[in-house]
Design a protein. Structure first.
Length: 196
């Protein structure tokens, strides 16, 4: 009436596999286990970035900025690197430049315009002075750039690099305290090349 249960098949012992040199000698891991092992978060843990690392980065940035201000070639952009560029900067910094007074003059003119209102006499007097100073400043920068090119050829025996005129003119139009890199020479000092 009741079917007889079949006896369970006898389990054969697993075959013993001898370790072979050069063989894997281990079972292949399941795909699910491999994918789980390879899973990493897409965004790193922000807490993992220690305050020590941030402090070090801040110190490195401060050191780089200080080096750039000091005129250290290691921290300068390619536009400012090299002994020729240092020489050009020194030529500008060793003298008074009319262009460095343009920004303060513009601020004074703006104040006078605001205080004077729409007084046409004030505008007739002030505007020619401003345009005159601007014209003299541009002429001064142009003459300085020509002289700088000539001096580079004399001192270094090569033609001045491309963009020298603009480099010298723009620096001469900046106020001394706002120039980057900072002036490395006092006004009136002799300008000599600094070769590495």
């Amino acid at each position: 009436m009741f079917p007889r249960k079949k006896p369970a098949p006898e389990l054969e012992p697993a075959p013993v596999v001898e370790a072979r040199p050069g063989a894997k000698n281990r079972p292949t891991p399941r795909r699910r286990d491999q994918e789980a092992a390879n899973r990493r978060p897409l965004v790193g843990d922000s807490k993992a970035v220690s305050a020590d690392v941030k402090a070090r980065q801040k110190a490195e940035r401060a050191k780089a900025r200080e080096g750039m201000m000091r005129g250290d070639d290691r921290y300068l952009t390619s536009r400012d690197q090299g002994p020729v560029k240092r020489f050009l900067r020194d030529m500008v910094d060793a003298r008074w430049n009319i262009g460095e007074f343009l920004l303060p003059l513009m601020l004074v003119v703006l104040m006078l315009m605001l205080l004077g209102g729409n007084n046409p006499q004030a505008q007739i007097l002030i505007l020619p002075v401003v345009y005159g100073v601007m014209a003299v400043g541009v002429m001064d920068a142009w003459l300085l750039a020509r002289r700088a090119k000539r001096r580079v050829a004399e001192e270094f025996g090569t033609e001045a690099p491309k963009g020298t005129s603009m480099y010298v003119a723009l620096r001469s139009m900046q106020m001394r305290m706002s120039r980057v890199p900072r002036p490395q020479i006092k006004r009136g000092d002799p300008v000599v090349p600094h070769r590495h």
